[in-house]
Design a protein around this ligand. Structure first.
Ligand SMILES: Nc1nc2c(ncn2[C@@H]2O[C@H](COP(=O)(O)OP(=O)(O)OP(=O)(O)O)[C@@H](O)[C@H]2O)c(=O)[nH]1
Ligand SMILES: [Mg+2]
Length: 196
């Protein structure tokens, strides 16, 4: 089990030209606003203050890069699907995301963060198609599993797996608060970040 002892904040990007150097390998964390992206990054790296966690959806408007080892990064992408975001910001988000996914050679995989109480939504499915079309891997973390009983958690996991069954996308239950699913998530990340 790797715990990335040397993880550190690298840089933030609000504009295309501010992205971290595109070398080595990196994993992006994407998902709806408030789905638990920043919390998952903190939990998986065991560094509580690393990525900013907020009760206010749409807080992370920047692309934040964290270095876990030389030329190995985790990337906290700004969330989508927050209704109160003005159109101007939404379009800027779309432009920045498109640019990121189009140019990023070091991007090896996407960890899609989905609130297990909501399940996979339209925008999540679109995000998966986007990365699969670019030949990247994807793994779904169904977060906040602590908020569901066992039966409902299993049901949402099965539904997610069925929705992804014709693809290479994998899925699991996850809870940052109950430390559930950490080993499974870390083993996917370790595999993706390992040298080609
Ligand atoms: N119960 C429970 N709450 C969680 C879990 N993960 C995250 N949360 C809560 O969900 C809220 C949003 O978490 P964030 O990590 O800030 O979500 P985010 O996806 O980074 O949000 P944006 O940056 O706004 O897009 C916070 O109040 C977290 O405490 C979890 O596993 N269980
Ligand atoms: Mg965040």
């Amino acid at each position: 089990m790797s715990i990335y002892p040397h993880v550190k904040f690298l840089t933030s990007a609000a504009e295309a030209h501010q992205l971290a150097a595109d070398a080595g390998r990196e994993i992006a964390f994407a998902g709806r606003s408030n789905s638990g992206k920043s919390t998952a990054i903190n939990a998986l790296t065991q560094r509580s203050g690393l990525a900013r966690v907020s009760r206010t959806p749409g807080r992370t408007q920047l692309i934040n890069f964290f270095e876990v080892a030389p030329e190995r990064r985790l990337v906290d992408l700004p969330g989508y699907g927050f209704a109160k975001v003005p159109e101007r910001i939404r379009l800027k988000w779309l432009e920045l995301m498109e640019h990121y996914f189009n140019v990023r050679e070091s991007l090896v995989g996407l960890v899609l963060i989905v609130d297990s109480r909501r399940g996979l939504g339209e925008q999540d499915a679109a995000m998966l198609e986007w990365v699969l079309a670019r030949d990247r891997q994807a793994h779904v973390l169904l977060t906040k599993a602590d908020k569901l009983n066992r039966r409902d958690a299993q049901r949402v996991l099965q539904e997610t797996k069925s929705a992804c069954e014709d693809t290479s996308v994998t899925a699991q239950l996850f809870s940052a608060h109950k430390s559930e699913g950490f080993d499974e998530a870390r083993s996917v990340m370790d595999r993706w970040l390992a040298a080609a």
